[in-house]
Design a protein around this ligand. Sequence first.
Ligand SMILES: Nc1ncnc2c1ncn2[C@@H]1O[C@H](COP(=O)(O)OP(=O)(O)OP(=O)(O)O)[C@@H](O)[C@H]1O
Length: 689
Amino acid sequence: MTNATLQEEKEYLEEIKLQLTLAVRRVDNSVKQFSEELREKKEYIHEHQSGMDEADMVAAGQSINRMAFTGEAAVTRKRKLLKLAQSPYFGRLDFALPGKAAAPFYIGIYSFYDEQRRANLIYDWRAPVSSMFYDFELGEAFYATPSGKVRGTIGLKRQYRIRDGRLEFMLDSDINIHDDVLQRELAKSSDDKLKNIVATIQRDQNAVIRNEDASVMVIQGVAGSGKTSIALHRIAFLLYRYRETISANDILIISPNKVFADYISNVLPELGEEHIPELVMEELAADLLGNQFQFQTFFEQVSALLDRHEPAFIERIRFKSSFDFLSQLNQYLLHIENSYLTFKELRVGSIVVPPAVIEQKFRAYHRVPLLKRFDLVAQDVRDYVRHAAGRKLSGREKSTISEAMGRLFRLRSVLDIYRDFYRWIGRPELLRLEQGAKLEYADVFALIYLRIRLEGVSAYAHVKHLLVDEMQDYTPVQYAVLSRLFSCRKTILGDVSQTVNPYSASSAETIERVFPQADVVRLYRSYRSTVEITAFTQRITPNPHIIPLERHGPPPAIVRCNGLEEELETVRQLTSAFRSSGNHSLGIICKTQRQAEQAFEALQAPDVYLLTDESSSFKEGIIITTAHLAKGLEFDEVLVPFASTRTYKTEVDKSMLYVACTRAMHQLTLTHTGELTGFLSQQNVAEPA
Ligand SMILES: Nc1ncnc2c1ncn2[C@@H]1O[C@H](COP(=O)(O)OP(=O)(O)OP(=O)(O)O)[C@@H](O)[C@H]1O
């Protein structure tokens, strides 16, 4: 790149910054004018209140609201302009239509339209033309618009990093997409929550983000492949593409816990979108059960599995996480409808209602959920009797009819029906419903499913796009519930290797059985960890398809200690070493909550935070937590204490170890007392320095 080019680009940047400053000034002026008008209007109303009738007041109120709304829009615009001024664009494409001269397109996080020049100075990364930045190198290219494909040639593709209004570097990319820039981005340390990746979105990721066709999109991607990032960018894309019909409030994110929800909460605002409503699975469950039942949470279920190896408990979970369970529930629903109804003759005064009449009325409502039909049939039978008798019915006659309809079906409540299901399949031992005890987590969604099928639930009909993260931890019955509650488009993502409960893990294939129309995308490139860390984690749960990005760092270390005291002292030392390293975040990830508390006690420092299932926000710096809660998060450095064979021995333990180790970006250390866990063979492990 020549100095002249650099000079030109610097001048162009200054010019854009100037235009942005002028635009900010214009917004400021208009805001000032608005508030002035608003003040005058309010004063006017105040003074003339007595002479105004109701219609005048309503009109005045509306005009104030309109002004306030316009004022808010101006504030949002100003915020975007100021953000652009820090980093106006990250890419440029020179694109020529056939037979025409090439024109530059600068691409940034938002678009910037200069009203004075009537020109788009910056294109939003989501604009149709910007897709070529991610999809093509130099040469022939095209982009799709709602009215068809536009073809042409890319003559130049340039990348920039502009921070605080200063050009830090720029690169012409004529070979492969952004590898250099991507490397630089990934090598940085993270001190914060998940960030936007607009400048370095990869081609396969872009295809997922911009997919407009899939009604259900399932993304199965290895650890660190950018699933969560992509899903959030996809939401931003959909909000832009369908801005006339979808707003932030029409989207729902189902996340595994509050900490995760907080961890991902920055990305959309960074992309200029509002905060998206989110629900934790358990909140959804409580809502759907009408807060009638106390139930075990997923976290408690997993903790119970970690604490004790109880075959009957495992068997219950395993069965209720199978696709077969869902099929049997469906069969049972058909069965009760066909076999549990007894239609008997009904006498009301001198009128006889034959069973066939009742049955025919009942069957006519086959689209209505079973338990909702009885009232409707009762109404019809009342009409029938009234008609036959040629008079009004007494209160007592009406209740005779209602009671008789209630006796048509021998089970009263959804819970009774659920209990009966286990008798029907001949496995009553699979349901543990002790008086006063909490409902087991594995039963929660089965009960909800029956409730939806038998009583109908119409909540959440307003949602226009559903995002489900950590899909591996939800079972077919949970997906069946989601499918019935949310008829909208869905993006579902996760990694079956990162389950925290191997007895209830769902793979993309399982989910496809519930959503046969799903488009399944698989991502194998891993961006988070160094090659050394990825190679290490592959020893726990191998995946021959994983492709780590070529980025190197120190090999993971395993430190053997002589006794608990020494191990805790080692953790203390490693934490001190972290404080003086260049890294910004350290995750000390344990298997159980108890171990996390123990490590926390031992460290006792003001800059160390303990994250528990009660925590509601992500903290920066040094965090002690469990693998379950660390799922989905990442840290510059990860420390896994107690990596002995005593701690990590079962299948569930292995999942935890894999999740814990895959959280590390640059550095990973494990400590243990006694024999090292069998999930890590000793070979290739570097001894600690
Ligand atoms: N195209 C990209 N450019 C820059 N960084 C990227 C890109 N794709 C992913 N990353 C980074 O890789 C890391 C992992 O991303 P993310 O957490 O979205 O992955 P994930 O697949 O959801 O991970 P996991 O399943 O292991 O929790 C993040 O730091 C993210 O910023």
